[in-house]
Design a protein around this ligand. Structure first.
Ligand code: 5GP
Ligand code: ZN
Length: 124
C-alpha cells in the first residue's frame, strides 16, 4: 500500500517511535507517537508523528488520509491534557523551502498561556 518502508533504521523519529532513542513521550498508540520537542520554542512544544515512515507532507497520498486525520484530531486532546485551554499552533515544515530538518512527517503543536505572536522569521 505504501511505497515507503514502515520503519527506516536511519531515521531518528522512526527510532523514537520504536523506543530505540529516548524521548519524553506524552502519548502513543498503534498508529502514532507524540513527544516533547528537544528544543522547545514555546512552553508546550510537542511533535506528533505517525509510526509509519512517511518523509513529509509532500508524500501524502489518499490512503494516508485517515492516519493524518487521527494525528490532527489528537492534537487538541493532548493540548488540553497539558492544561492549555485557549488555543494552540500547528505547523508542518515541508521540504527544502519549508526548512524541514527531519524527514519523517511530523506536526509541531505549540501552546502557551499568552498569544505566541508572530516570529521575526518564518523559522520554527
Ligand atoms: P523540522 O524543522 O523538521 O520541522 O523540525 C524538527 C524538530 O525536531 C525540531 O524542532 C527539533 O528540535 C526536533 N528534534 C530533532 N531531533 C530530535 C530528537 O532527537 N528528539 C526530539 N525530542 N526532538 C528532536
Ligand atoms: Zn522515519
Amino acid at each position: 500500500m505504501s511505497q515507503h518502508p514502515s520503519h527506516d533504521p536511519s531515521c531518528i523519529f522512526c527510532r523514537i517511535s520504536a523506543g530505540e532513542i529516548p524521548a519524553q513521550k506524552v502519548y502513543e498508540d498503534e498508529h502514532m507517537v507524540a513527544f516533547r520537542d528537544i528544543r522547545p520554542r514555546a512552553p508546550l512544544h510537542i511533535l506528533l508523528i505517525p509510526r509509519q515512515h512517511i518523509p513529509s507532507m509532500a508524500e501524502l497520498r489518499p490512503e494516508h488520509a485517515a492516519l493524518v486525520g487521527h494525528l490532527l484530531v489528537k492534537a487538541g486532546d493532548l493540548v488540553r491534557a497539558e492544561g492549555y485551554t485557549d488555543g494552540f499552533r500547528t505547523v508542518a515544515n515541508t521540504g527544502r523551502v519549508g526548512c524541514q530538518e527531519v524527514y519523517h512527517l511530523h506536526f509541531h503543536v505549540l501552546a502557551a498561556d499568552a498569544p505566541l505572536g508572530v516570529p521575526p522569521t518564518f523559522e520554527l
